[in-house]
Design a protein around this ligand. Structure first.
Ligand code: SF4
Length: 325
């Protein structure tokens, strides 16, 4: 059933401008979005009528990624039915779903020669299945057209229809299923008001319950006012849900109307968080100021696959030990 009554008109998360942003520290340095590869990626996305989270979320890595022809396709339109305080994507009444999007995504993957592709979407609370069937169609189109491309999907929480959505998507066989927790539970009411922390955790558990061998991934932003022990608790929660890969990156305020940056976490502190996460048993951890869910996703996927193979081989040699995931 389409319930559009709670969807606000197109707007940024708060109508009240917040205080001026703090100046970015030197370690948040990014390459300017120019260059031949960048221009070709941009042209291809426009020709195929595809949206990217790289542009819509104002990702700081766009210069580097697009120059290498790595783009993260954002399906189901460019308008989101939620209004999270950290996110730059437009909010409001989404347009109809583009039936050509799955084929066009596959064409883009083929033309960019992608070994690994990341597909994400806006929240589509207006659709009866939350947009799950479009994820399935995109995965199927990629398998048909670029069978050697590994597929990573980054989905919304599919509020109210999570079980059926996850079941359908996992059955389509992506290589990596990512769903971000985004922040610590205490900050959900202000940062991610339309979502529930434990519902997102349950989604990650649900993915593993359908396919224990699928790789799962989740991430949080740092610098929103979270405490160190709260971050450790999120790590423990993710491990309880058997999440394989954790990402942590610095939150950057997209516009003055979005949530403030409370802190620029130092690279050293990111390293420390990364070490703690590794010690907690994740197969793969990415923790740097510029880490984003899809940043270097192909290389990280290859490392994660190798880490699992090593862990399984080790477990096979010592059969009394458990935890050979
Ligand atoms: S990190 Fe991800 S979202 Fe950002 S530019 Fe690279 S591929 Fe796009």
């Amino acid at each position: 059933m389409n319930d559009l009554t709670n969807i606000p008109p197109a707007a940024t998360p708060s109508e009240e401008p917040r205080p001026k942003r703090t100046r970015k520290p030197d370690w948040i340095r990014v390459r300017a979005p120019t260059g031949e590869g960048y221009n070709q990626t941009r042209k291809l996305m426009r020709e195929l009528n595809l949206n990217t989270v790289c542009e819509e979320a104002a990702c700081p890595n766009i210069g580097e990624c697009w120059d290498k022809k790595h783009a993260t396709v954002m399906i189901l339109g460019d308008v989101c039915t939620r209004a999270c305080a950290f996110c730059n994507v437009k909010t409001g009444m989404p347009r109809i779903v583009d039936p050509m999007e799955p084929e066009n995504t596959a064409v883009a993957a083929a033309k960019m020669g992608l070994e690994h592709i990341v597909i994400t979407s806006v929240d589509r609370d207006d659709l009866p299945d939350g947009g799950a069937s479009q994820f399935v169609k995109v995965i199927e189109a990629l398998r048909r057209n670029t069978p050697n491309t590994t597929i990573e999907i980054l989905t919304p929480d599919f509020r109210g229809k999570m079980r059926s959505a996850v079941e359908a998507i996992v059955a389509a066989g992506p290589d990596v299923y990512n769903h971000n927790l985004e922040t610590v539970p205490r900050l959900y009411p202000t940062i991610r008001p339309g979502a529930r922390y434990y519902a997102s955790l349950r989604l990650l558990e649900e993915v593993k319950s359908h396919d224990p061998m699928i790789f799962t991934k989740s991430g949080i932003m740092l610098g929103l006012g979270e405490q160190r022990l709260e971050v450790h608790q999120v790590m423990d929660d993710m491990r309880s849900a058997e999440v394989d890969f954790m990402t942590m990156g610095q939150y950057l305020q997209p516009t003055p109307k979005h949530a403030n940056v409370e802190e620029f976490v130092t690279p050293k502190a990111f390293d420390a968080y990364g070490s703690i996460a590794r010690a907690k048993g994740f197969l793969q951890v990415a923790s740097t100021p510029l880490t984003r869910s899809s940043y270097h996703a192909g290389d990280d996927f290859a490392q994660m696959r190798e880490a699992r193979a090593n862990r399984l081989a080790k477990a096979a040699k010592s059969p009394k030990k458990t935890g050979g995931k």
